[in-house]
Each structure stands twice: as structure tokens, then as C-alpha cells.
Write a protein that binds this ligand. Structure first.
Ligand code: CA
Length: 230
């Protein structure tokens, strides 16, 4: 399966050129000429990478980048910024906002494709979690979505598994209830599902993990962390 690239650019000719070259490389493509629309499209289409022009009418590329990088659901999607400006300051602001790479117009499609591949490769390396992780008597198979304690299978719901996975992936960092709610349930805090939901699921998760629930540490009035070092 080939990755999906979202092109956010207001110049028709550049969209056309990018679309043509990405298609030739076998990528799936989605495009928009509008910043606000881009944010909606990212949530709807879940692209693997975003090519984001800086100068857009309305919401500009910086704003789009900031919005996406501040949202836990979209923060991990890599962004390559495009701009007609070659000022160093733009580049710095872009990278500070979390853009993964930067290209100044005019650019060669070949170079952009090379950068896209490099960024996608980097992301893949970063995501690599061992398929089966063993911590004490607990074993988690991420590809099969299966958990065992002392070699006995533990039946977890999808949300409980996601919760456990999110905690483990944080590698000992404390995660707030809001963060867990957002990552596991994918909803904004104001919705009817409340942070209590996190506590309820942690409780059932602990019950199911029995002795191995000792790794899940409660951080009072804040959230949880999974105590483990690899
Ligand atoms: Ca533009």
C-alpha cells in the first residue's frame, strides 16, 4: 500500500506539477487550495505526509502547521513546508512549529520526492515498536493485539488495549487523563465522555492484568504512567 500525500497549495500549476510527479511515484494524492480546508481534510483523509505551502489565502501555512502539531491526533503526521520566500527566519519558524522539512520555490520535483521519501523513512524508523514486548510476566503482541499474563491470554477490549499501548509507548512519561482521552478515544474534552472514563478503563485494565498491573502508576490529580524502561 502506498502512502497518501496531502498537497496544500493555492497555485494551480504547482498542484498540477506535484500531483503528476507524486502519481508517477505511485503515491495517493489529495489536494486543497485552502488552509482551513486542509485541517478538515487531514482529519478526514489521514494522510501520511503533508506538503504545505506557506503563503495561502486566509489561514496561512504557519497557522495550519501549528494547528495540526498542537492536536495529538495529527501531531505525528510529517509536514514538508513550501515557500516562495527564502528567508532564513521563515525556515526557522516553520521548523520550530514542528515542520519536518522545508523547500524553497522554485524546486525540482525530483528533489521534493527524495525529501518526501526521506521523511517517510524517518517516521517509519521512529514508529518501530517491537511486535512482541515482554515486561515481567506481561507479554504484549502489538501486531496480533493480544496480551498474556504468565502465558495466559487476557481478554482486553479495544479501548483497554489502546490505553495500555499508549501508556507503554510513552516509555515512562506521565500522560494526563486529557491526553489519554484524546489519544485513545479521539474526542475533545468538552464532549460527553469525560476524563472519568479513563479512570474506569484503567480500573478494568488493572483488574485484568492482575499482578502485572503494578506497572501502571497513578499520578494523583493528573493521570497515569507505565513504569518500564527498555
Ligand atoms: Ca502560495
Amino acid at each position: 500500500m502506498k502512502e497518501k500525500i496531502l498537497i496544500v497549495e493555492d497555485e494551480k500549476d504547482i498542484i498540477k506539477m506535484l500531483d503528476y510527479n507524486l502519481k508517477k511515484e505511485g503515491f495517493k494524492r489529495v489536494s486543497t487550495r485552502d488552509g482551513e480546508d486542509a485541517v478538515d481534510l487531514v482529519n478526514k483523509e489521514r494522510p501520511d505526509l503533508i506538503i504545505l505551502d506557506l503563503m495561502l489565502p486566509g489561514m496561512d501555512g504557519f497557522e495550519v502547521c501549528k494547528t495540526l502539531k498542537n492536536e495529538s491526533k495529527t501531531a505525528a503526521i510529517p509536514i514538508i513546508m513550501l515557500t516562495a520566500k527564502s528567508q532564513e527566519s521563515d525556515k526557522i519558524v516553520g521548523l520550530e512549529l514542528g515542520a519536518d522539512d522545508y523547500m524553497t520555490k522554485p524546486f525540482s520535483p525530483r528533489e521534493l520526492i527524495a525529501r518526501i521519501k526521506a521523511v517517510l523513512r524517518r517516521v517509519k524508523e521512529k514508529d518501530k515498536t517491537p511486535e512482541v514486548l515482554k515486561i515481567g510476566d506481561l507479554a504484549i503482541d502489538f501486531s496480533k493485539i493480544a496480551v498474556t499474563v504468565k502465558d495466559k491470554p487476557v481478554e482486553l477490549t479495544a479501548k483497554e488495549f489502546e490505553l495500555l499501548k499508549t501508556l507503554i509507548k510513552a516509555k515512562g512519561r506521565v500522560l494526563s487523563r486529557d491526553h489519554l482521552l484524546d489519544t485513545v478515544w479521539g474526542i475533545d474534552h468538552a464532549m460527553e465522555i469525560q476524563t472519568r472514563t479513563v479512570d474506569v478503563h484503567i480500573r478494568t485494565l488493572r483488574k485484568k492484568l492482575k499482578s502485572e498491573s503494578k506497572y501502571i502508576i497513578t499520578v494523583k490529580n493528573y493521570g497515569y504512567r507505565f513504569e518500564y524502561e527498555d
